[in-house]
Write a protein that binds this ligand. Structure first.
Ligand code: 4AD
Ligand code: MG
Length: 479
């Protein structure tokens, strides 16, 4: 057994002064042949390890380089130096793994996020990514806790499926057929009957449809899994592989749905403020530094923590899509032709520039838009009485844009079938989905929260590639 270590976080939290301890971690910096800043991943704060002068031979000292993995035994003492309460006076140092300073890609200095993305295998070892991934982990836990407290059942929906839940056709195909010698039907199309599943399959774009099956028996469920979209969007908020949380509730309408989503987002934010303060403070400073390089009008009006507290303490603005179109149409932005996509009126799809205008310039807080035109939304959304709109809702967050998409579902069989025909959704393939409308159908609703967008919002990271360990984006699947 080698692991007798105390985690550095614990050292800072409890009273260890006067005790001998063992710590293990990676060297961040080593200066004056005397001071090691050691990090073991448990906290953003490095532990200062003080070496007695002339106690260690030069050969060992030379091996204490950035990112070397070491074991330190020593006495915890109060620190006289600035910036830390305690430090360790070493008795012994052992090196687990050397790190050749000439070859190690990350120098003990600030690197750009772009550079770190290319070194995603090592970026966990930086302060920024340590904080981001501890927060990401903490938020995942908070999400399960939120639903656990509410009595929702966690359902694992399939990753390989035969259906296109969003009907948007942005799917990655899953096949075991050979690329050469692909079996063909008489008409020349691929014969998927000979494929592994005996039919065409793809990676899921959403667990919602299966979630609805579960909710119409278990009452309230949620999924939390990876989803995949083969959309060629090279932006700071799109991934080809992202994680989504999808609650689905029976006996629930659009308003219940909006209420839950708002409560959910606030719960997650509160959890971060309560349990991840050190990492948040670090990221808040990082963001403020980053923004100093921007022109005044591009900087955030609030600091990261201030922004989170603001969202926590104010109710989200709720308006209809039609009201949003009016606001946008009348805006100075539109009149001065500052939008790349002009406001054409009811029926247009909102671009992220429009969403961000509403949230950041007009309301200056999260906005829930509801009742979208049916033409721009998925087949399963409940049709409103006006014949034009559906009971959809999107939540837009400052700096992010759409963070949640959801709706009340069309529970009336006839309406659903008609809509599916209009939209060319193959009924034959979704017979099981339609069965829920035939046997004990019930008003129900749900939404999807993009986990990475939520983590972006909480951490203030501006690029979605920096909140998932190994981002999958067009032309990029390294690591
Ligand atoms: O709006 P979307 O496409 O909704 C659905 O998939 C529904 N089935 C959800 C439901 O009602 N159960 O996606 C939901 C959320 C978006 O609001 C966004 O936060 C995130 O998923 N999202 C993405 N995140 C990262 N990269 C992408 N390419 C994303 N596409 C959607
Ligand atoms: Mg959406």
């Amino acid at each position: 057994m080698i692991n007798t270590r105390v985690r550095i976080k614990e050292l800072f939290q409890k009273d260890f002064v006067g005790k001998s301890v063992t710590v293990m971690g990676w060297v961040r910096t080593f200066r004056n042949n005397q001071f090691i800043a050691l990090n073991d991943g448990s906290t953003n704060t490095n532990l200062q390890v003080v070496l007695e002068l002339n106690k260690y031979d030069d050969l060992l000292l030379k091996r204490i380089t950035t990112s070397a993995a070491i074991k330190v035994e020593g006495l915890v003492v109060e620190s006289l130096g600035k910036g830390q309460k305690i430090e360790i006076k070493t008795n012994s140092i052992e090196i687990f793994g050397d790190s050749d300073a000439e070859k190690y890609p990350l120098q003990p200095k600030k690197h750009s996020l772009e550079f770190l993305r290319e070194n995603a295998h090592l970026r966990f070892r930086t302060s920024t990514f340590g904080s981001v991934f501890r927060i990401r982990h903490s938020l995942a836990f908070a999400i399960h806790q939120f639903f656990y407290e509410k009595g929702f059942v966690h359902i694992h929906t399939p990753i390989i499926t035969a259906s296109d839940a969003e009907g948007a056709g942005e799917m990655f195909k899953v096949t075991a057929l050979p690329f050469d010698k692909t079996p063909r039907c008489e008409d020349g199309s691929v014969n998927f009957k000979e494929d592994f599943f005996g039919r065409a399959t793809n990676l899921t774009v959403s667990g919602q449809l299966e979630g609805e099956l579960a909710a119409t028996a278990l009452g309230e469920i949620y999924t939390f899994g990876p989803t995949f979209r083969a959309e060629n969007s090279n932006t700071a908020r799109h991934l080809a592989e992202f994680w989504m949380i999808e609650p689905e509730m029976a006996f629930c309408d659009l308003e219940d749905n909006m209420n839950l989503a708002e409560e959910f987002i606030k719960y997650i934010i509160k959890h971060a403020i309560d349990f991840n303060r050190e990492d948040l403070d670090f990221l808040a400073t990082r963001l403020a530094d980053e923004e100093k390089a921007l022109p005044q009008d591009k900087r955030s009006e609030m600091g990261l923590i201030e922004k989170l507290e603001f969202v926590l303490n104010n109710s989200f603005e709720r308006i209809t899509y039609s009201e949003a179109i009016e606001i946008l149409k009348e805006s100075n932005y539109n009149k001065k032709k500052k939008f790349n996509y002009p406001i054409t009126g009811f029926g247009m799809d909102l671009q992220s520039e429009h969403e961000r205008y509403l949230v950041e310039k007009h309301f200056k807080k999260p906005v829930i838009l509801r009742d979208y035109p049916k033409e721009i939304k998925a087949f399963y959304m409940r049709q409103n009485d006006d014949g034009k709109t559906v009971a959809a809702m999107d939540i837009l967050a400052p700096g992010i844009g759409e963070i949640v998409g959801g709706s009340q579902r069309e529970e009336r069989l006839e309406n659903l079938e008609t809509r599916m025909k209009e939209m060319n959704i193959p009924e034959k393939e979704l017979w099981w989905y339609l069965d829920t409308r035939k046997f004990g159908t019930v008003p129900h609703a749900g939404f999807g929260l993009g986990f990475e967008r939520m983590v972006q919002f909480v951490t203030g990271m501006t690029n979605i590639r920096d909140v998932i360990a190994f981002p999958r984006t067009p032309k990029n699947a390294e690591f």
